[in-house]
Write a protein that binds this ligand. Sequence first.
Ligand SMILES: Cc1cc2nc3c(=O)[nH]c(=O)nc-3n(C[C@H](O)[C@H](O)[C@H](O)COP(=O)(O)O)c2cc1C
Length: 292
Amino acid sequence: MDNPVIPASGTFGFGYEFNNWFDISVLGSIALKGTTIEARYGNPLPRIAECPAGMINAIGLQNPGAVAVRDIELKKLAAVYPKKVIANVGGHSFGEYVETSAILSAAEEVFAIELNVSCPNVKGGGMAFGLDAGVLEELTAAVKEASSKPVIVKLSPNVTDITVLAKAAERGGADGLSLINTLVGMRIDLRTAKPIISVKRGGYSGPGVFPVAVNAVYNTREAVSLPIVGMGGIMNAENVIEMMYAGADCVMVGTLNLIDPCGSKKIIEDLPGVMERLGIDKLTDIVGRAHR
Ligand SMILES: Cc1cc2nc3c(=O)[nH]c(=O)nc-3n(C[C@H](O)[C@H](O)[C@H](O)COP(=O)(O)O)c2cc1C
């Protein structure tokens, strides 16, 4: 990649929509909306709750299905974005993960599969696969076998020790890790005394989770030797540097895109100035600096 900033899955649609706001070719890559084998309408509304330092979402993996993503969404994106992208895969069973990964990894526009085993918003699936080390290792191995491109496993922060899962993904043959997905959260409406989100709980993201994400990336860097995509609450270029100091090789930017559709572009524009101020010549030099 020519720069390490990638909009995070679920916060940037299928990418081309944002070309209305800015020239998206400046982005290092793009992580596509989580895709499942069948089309999904997602959860009923409301599925967003605002918080003072972030938001809770329970979209429920709304997407048009793997074949439509390959044949329609990826073609629309390729018309405005010349670089390769990351396909984010969700599922309810090993079979669904394997089949979706096989379909999307075969697309020429895709250079890696991001395996979402950490979505807290889908009943009976998603996160369930990412909380048990044995299951995660087996799933990673199955998807690796079915996928013709590198597999990045996206880890959940909703665990006592994220490094146990990181090591399991590494044993399963993962080519990289991305972390963190959202933290399970809830807000309650003061007038109705009922949870705001239709399915009660959702995933908390945004600047409030940044310290949790930095700690998770720091710990994971010490535990495994895989490349790491760091994310969680990144709002500016300084946050990118901090995440890379913790051990991220590149970063994803999520909630910021919902606040400012040009947020990822602004971070890319701001990075050279922040690097100069901190005496950094090359970003690759600073990966894991906090460990040295
Ligand atoms: C509205 C919304 C939808 C999301 N959808 C997905 C998804 O489909 N697949 C996935 O792996 N992560 C999904 N995420 C998680 C983000 O990719 C990211 O891991 C998380 O939000 C933390 O980063 P942030 O604090 O910068 O938003 C979603 C997050 C938000 C806010």
